[in-house]
Write a protein that binds this ligand. Structure first.
Ligand code: NA7
Length: 582
């Protein structure tokens, strides 16, 4: 297949089954973005994407529960280089987002690179060979396993794109394993199960549960929502995008760009609301939340009390929904706020007023755990061993940390997307992922150059830079709403360290990652001179925010229209005479 192409342009074929320039773990939004940048920026087609699932899309492949959709407007929750004018709604559902990702993968011819049903168990840096050895397995009993049940791939660079919302977290509740009815995690929805007339216990009231409830309540006999902590819920204001508007967005790209920039401006503005609970935007969102609750659940002060958080807005992810409170008001829906005591047979027991376990009702057919993900155990359950056999677990024993959210000490030629301290509470994660992909490709570039020259190059972030970077990130986060001690969230680990969220705006992050300073890295190997001479490499950033005001745009539009019309009339004076009053 490779023909006469020079390495690393050689596309992956049968002969490269166990060798590649780059191995990417995960075929979700981040893995796809890195693969596309490898092709576009590094002219590299010698890469393999390893995907545990049977399809691409990552979180959009896994999460297909009823009502599943994104809580960021899709005009912004899409790649900057693959903007889509065909979204049917402002917040389209999971199936539409997944179809979009499949289209992008086809457009960039990613499929031949992706190995589905392939699980990474372990990746180990070989100090002698200066390469990663990634161990993979294929599912027992599958046809893939008949070819090779397990094997090892050697690569010059390894990228983790497994994300933060990958491994479902089951709640720690006594008796959960022995629940008498059907049990599902929201991220592993079983669509073969008929919900009609079922009695359903829904544990959790985060973004996922809030999307599930209005859908299942339409068909279920009865639903109990088990809420442990109330959330701030603000209006979603979702609406369809008309066919006319879709055509406008398709055929007049500046309008699409403007729409995206407007959403970016609003989201960046809302950063203040998320991190500073005393700011004016925070007050505005709190008022909106309370106002909507009072309107959608009129004259129900008991419910208002149960549903109103006492912690800072932004400390937990703010939920956007137009239909959660109305669903709670349905006659077949109950909100249960007493703590869950245990699960016994088909019943979920709560702790009653006297401390005894009490049945909420004697029997549920279905238990839905919308209880989130194992977010602070990045890369879990993959075992990574870097320089001198040091495990990632050891590097992260006091909490996950990285350099710029992309590289880890003692893990040479390794990049991570959506890694420690890169999650957002206010904007689209795709913007962060695109920055990380550019940056990591800026690190991959000299490694490929060295290899092409027959040399070796390893890059790992200097420990003192990692420490300084993390001290600064944590200093800002300590002052933010995320650090409010009166709430727990998936943004922090058990010790209270905020390991998941970025401390600033997206633009600040994009600017920080727009240049790779090779001085921040220990460079080793015969090819180290490449980066010592070069010092840095500018990878740039995607400027998403508006550059001009609406008024300037309108004035510019009017002026250019006048110029075009004037020029036309000047060249065709006969039309001018036709305009004269006779
Ligand atoms: P989240 O936001 O982690 O929410 C999990 C929910 O499950 C939350 O309401 C938890 O209550 C609740 N939970 C977890 N364990 C228990 C137990 N043991 N008992 C009762 N309730 C429990 O996950 P989501 O899937 O909703 O959203 C994850 C992200 O995906 C979201 O932020 C978007 O970015 C996309 P708690 O609040 O901890 O008291």
């Amino acid at each position: 297949m490779a023909g006469d192409l020079p390495w690393p342009e050689v596309p992956i074929g049968n002969k490269n089954h166990a060798n590649a320039a780059v191995v990417i773990i995960g075929a979700g939004i981040a893995g796809m973005c890195t693969a596309i940048d490898l092709i576009k920026r590094n002219n590299c087609r010698n890469f393999i994407v390893l995907e545990k699932s049977a399809g691409l899309g990552g979180t959009w492949h896994d999460n297909k529960y009823p009502g599943c959709c994104c809580d960021v407007l899709s005009t912004l929750y899409s790649y900057s280089f693959a903007q889509n004018s065909d979204w049917t709604r402002e917040y389209p559902g999971q199936e539409e987002i997944l179809a979009y990702l499949i289209r992008v993968a086809q457009e960039y011819k990613l499929y031949p690179h992706i190995r589905f049903n392939t699980t990474v168990e372990e990746a180990r840096w070989d100090d002698e060979l200066k390469k990663w050895r990634t161990k993979v397995t294929t599912p027992a009993g599958s046809k893939e396993a008949e070819f090779s049940p397990e094997y090892e791939i050697k690569s010059d660079f390894l990228v983790s794109a497994v994300g933060q919302l990958n491994q479902p977290a089951w709640p720690k509740i006594q008796g959960l394993d022995d629940f008498g009815g059907k049990k599902m995690h929201s991220a592993r929805w079983d669509w073969s199960y008929d919900l009609t007339d079922k009695k359903i216990a829904l544990i959790g009231n985060g973004c996922t549960a809030v999307q599930i409830l209005p859908e299942i309540a339409k068909v279920a006999k009865q639903v109990t929502v088990f809420q442990r902590t109330p959330n701030w819920v603000v209006p979603r204001l979702d609406q369809p995008v008309s066919p006319f508007m879709r055509n406008v967005l398709r055929y007049v790209p500046p309008i699409r760009w403007r729409k995206r920039a407007g959403q970016m401006d609003f989201r960046e503005w809302s950063y203040q609301a998320i991190v500073d609970s005393k700011s004016a935007p925070a007050t505005m969102f709190r008022d909106m939340a309370i106002d909507m609750m009072h309107k959608q659940l009129p004259d129900q002060p008991e419910m208002w009390e149960k549903l109103t958080p006492t912690y800072s807005l932004g400390c937990k992810r703010i939920i956007i929904s137009d239909d959660y409170f109305p669903a709670l008001d349905l006659p077949n829906v109950n909100l249960e706020t007493r703590p869950i005591h245990s699960i016994g047979g088909p019943s979920v027991k709560v702790t009653g007023a006297n401390g005894e376990a009490e049945d909420v009702q004697p029997e549920y057919d279905l238990l839905v755990c919308a209880t989130g993900f194992q977010t602070v155990e990045f890369l879990h359950p993959i075992n990574l061993y870097g320089k001198n056999g040091r495990s990632l677990r050891d590097v992260w024993k006091d909490g996950a940390r990285s350099y710029n959210g992309t590289c880890v000490e003692d893990m040479p030629n390794f990049g991570i997307l959506y890694g420690p301290n890169t999650n957002l509470g206010h904007n689209s994660i795709i913007l962060m992922i695109e920055s990380q992909s550019r940056y990591i490709n800026g690190l991959i570039r000299p490694v490929l150059e060295a290899r092409r020259r027959g040399e070796g190059l390893t890059l790992a972030p200097r420990v003192e830079r990692v420490e300084r970077y993390n001290e600064e990130v944590q200093r800002v986060l300590r002052e933010s709403s995320f650090n409010d001690p009166s709430c727990n969230s998936w943004y922090k680990n058990e010790a209270g360290l905020i390991t998941n969220n970025w401390s600033g705006t997206v633009v600040e992050y994009q600017q920080m990652l727009s240049r790779v300073n090779y001085d921040d890295y220990d460079a080793e190997g015969s090819g180290a001179a490449i980066v010592r001479e070069k010092r840095s490499h500018t990878v740039g950033r995607v400027v998403e925010e508006s550059q001009v005001s609406d008024t300037t745009l309108v004035v510019m539009g009017l002026l250019s229209t006048a110029a075009v019309v004037g020029g036309f009339l000047f060249r065709n004076p006969r039309y001018l005479s036709g305009l004269r009053v006779r």
